[in-house]
Design a binder for this molecule. Sequence first.
Ligand SMILES: [Zn+2]
Ligand SMILES: [Zn+2]
Length: 145
Amino acid sequence: MSAGPVERCLSRAEIVRFLEGERPPGVHASEGDIAAHLEACEPCRKSRDNVLHELSGLEQSLSLLWTRERISCPHRDILAAYLHASLPGDQSDYVRFHLEIVGCDACAANLSDLREADREEPPAIQRVRDDVLRSTTAFLGKRKK
Ligand SMILES: [Zn+2]
Ligand SMILES: [Zn+2]
């Protein structure tokens, strides 16, 4: 099937996908045709503008940049860091946007996977931090005497 004009209006989720730099599944038109449709079709233009508005309403450092660079799914390491709240603000905003607004199933599954793994074994970083803390305390204790 060759790419043709957009045969129907896009849903909001599809517009978000498109703005993220992916072709929405089930839409066969080329990128240019989709862009043209979003420009020409009043309802679609409105939802696109809404989405863009939401995007720019998020913290300034957020992800239009990421979006333009077509980084869509964050790496699993990033998701893990997000889970442990150790991501810098802009990245964690992006991940939240990706999960909650885009509603990416793959990443949601990944995240619950990571949560599961966390429950099964105590985080290694925590253990290391405790060890360091203990030996530092011991060291300082020795120096005081
Ligand atoms: Zn439309
Ligand atoms: Zn994703």
